[in-house]
Design a protein around this ligand. Sequence first.
Ligand SMILES: CCc1ccc([C@H](C)CC(=O)N[C@@H]2O[C@H](CO)[C@@H](O)[C@H](O)[C@H]2O)cc1
Length: 818
Amino acid sequence: VFEMMDGFLKNDPVSLQKDILDHVEFTVARSRFSFDDFEAYQGMAHSVRDRLIERWHDTQQFFKKKDPKRLYYLSLEFLMGRSLSNSVINLGVRDQYMDALNQLGFSFEILAEQEGDAALGNGGLARLSACQMDSLATMDFPAWGYGLRYQFGLFRQVILDGFQHEQPDYWLNFGNPWEIERVDVSYAVKFYGTVEEKSLNGMNCKVWIPGETVEAVAYDNPIPGYGTRNTINLRLWAAKPSGQYDMESFGTGDYINAVIDRQKAETISSVLYPDDRSYQGKELRLKQQYFFVSASVQDIIRRFKDSHSSFDEFHEKIALQLTDTHPSLAIPEVIRVLVDEEQLSWKEACDIACKIFSFTTHTVVPEGLEKIPVDLLGSLLPRHLQIIYDINFSFMEELKQRFGLDYNRLSRMSIVEEGAVKNILMANLSMVVCHTVNGVSRVHLDTLKSKVFKDFYELWPQKFHHKTNGVTQRRWLVVSNPGLCGLISKWLGTDSWIREVDLLLGLREHAENEELQHEWRMVRRVNKIRLVEFIETMTGMKVSPDAMFDVQIKRIHEYKRQLLNILGIIHRYDCIKNMKDSERRRVVPRVCIIGGKAAPGYEMAKKIIKLCHSVGEMINNDPDIGDLLKLIFIPDYNVSVAEIVIPGSDLSQHISTAGHEASGTGSMKFLMNGCLLLATADGSTLEIIEEIGEENMFICGAKIHEVNMMREKGETIKMPLELARVVRMVRVGYFGHEEYFKPLCDSIESSGDFYLLGHDFPSYLEAQAAADMAFVNQKKWTKMSILNTAGSGKFSSDRTIGEYAEQTWGVEPCRCPF
Ligand SMILES: CCc1ccc([C@H](C)CC(=O)N[C@@H]2O[C@H](CO)[C@@H](O)[C@H](O)[C@H]2O)cc1
């Protein structure tokens, strides 16, 4: 069967036209003679789906035959964005589809716009999971992703009078051609109830009698690799009422309540929690975590048992990656199934768990680490609480062996946090059992070793490593910037950089080549004009493509310092206002673009969004300023918006207070697209500086060690005059809403300026002035831009995944023969 692997579906334009029209008529059920762009999109999407399914089947068959060690990537969030463009590019059929559509009178770009984003995540961690799935597929690793199929993804951000409002994300309303509902793959997931002691053939064993059971149904999302036939699987679970009927309640006629009761089950996977800070003790959040973990573990063990008769090889055939602590209930769940259902001994089960689990943390601040109240866990998952207590007991014994009765250390490292409210510390549980703990950048690991997980590092230094994040160049260059993609292939004389990204280094020697520089600027100009049109569509604002496009797009957080950016813009505005005409002629026109969602309950972040609009309102309507300065807030920022904004950006800002950003991945996407970075020396930026040189960037602000020092000394920084002036403008109501903005001003002036805006403001303004200087010298700027792209290879998720596969998971490529 494998020999004739090229599949039955033909990809010549005529066959594609036929398949698209067939799906319009028979899948979308619209007459093939009259259908609109959205129906054409659906028809096309289903024809692409067919080609994904074909390769997905071949790949799964091949994995089954080869039985390689598999990697299971567990994440509660996957920010996939749109699939159409990425799929046809990775399948290598984009051009054929463009021809087929043209002949049918449709434009590929317009159809691609019809697709809604799959926004099943919040921010960095969620998009990283998506990028890593693309690299796992492209590098032929036998991997699976497991997550939750939220009915409602991340909220839609609607701005009314400058304020953020949240709207439900009905992303499934028009169906989803990129998923396959697997009614044949479902598992019962248990909650609540009690644990009984039973003796089974003389053995004492624990039996969990659940109080509630919910059905987990699989929805498979084929993930195609680029330049390979391998198409791996992202399996997302949806909650359905379980089959068991309690006839009793039906008997007594209150049928409606019984049905409503059962419907309740579906709420588990209904909505994504939109806050990427922390959740203390939300029961539904815990139910979501256990629901997807239990279904995934049952599925993984079922697949193993399909082709293995004992668990001896289990740890050689399976690697389980925990994306932060959100899936770490998988640890007690694996032990529960192996001991309670597969009758392995406690020791055997724990040994296996310690060999298969690895954990990556994505947070820097201890308060971001998840704690689960013991009462809540005890009532929802009584058996798991027992198992965690047992794990903690033997761990505490081991610590006493090692360090004696050092009670402070014991209580700091205990998985069970004593106190008024007893909590389970999920990070401690993960570090006790997992064989590897990874940070997401080199400096993040330093912070974990020296602060967040200091005790554990001293105990198990060999467990601690880092895998600096990466992003996929398929979506963030080939899909979102075809112009630059074509230019790079032309000058490198090959497009194999799309799989071997280090080939981008070959651009370095051409960085000052006039011809390349000219073509580079032309491509970027086209992308800027596309962004100008997008801004007008989204905000009604007309901006000039001649200005420098200065961009900050990411979730709104105080530590990411969008406020510093806005105060810098007020300073620039104030300076221009007080300039004589002669001076104004030397001003470098700027279009400042900010975008990002604030967690619904995060008031300070919402105030920052409103301040951005109020300042923009003033500047954009000030006749004195004209095109010298514009401030645009792009609403409803998501993956698809990023794909339009990033290729059209000249300068991007990554100005977190040093020591607060674990890695950052937005910076890497801008880097690949030749957009220069104005950044603090934080997270992965430190490694970007190494790759492309500080001379090709604009670095500012206190370094991590300086921040720590100032914090330890509790030094109060004298407020620089320039900053005091602009804060004063806000405080006195220059932009209105002074009461509403007061906490923002106080956060800088009176409550200690925790994020050091005062300390960093002067060097921030210097970096901005340096960017102005460089921008007017387009030859210099273009050279820097080319060198940014040339040095971006390290920040491909292919490099990240290669390191994980070799150093953490021990999995090998398993390439499906073409
Ligand atoms: C419990 C709620 C919750 C949900 C998500 C998260 C994420 C871990 C937050 C997040 O996205 N962290 C970001 O992860 C990126 C990928 O590693 C890093 O590049 C960012 O620096 C980090 O902030 C924390 C808490």
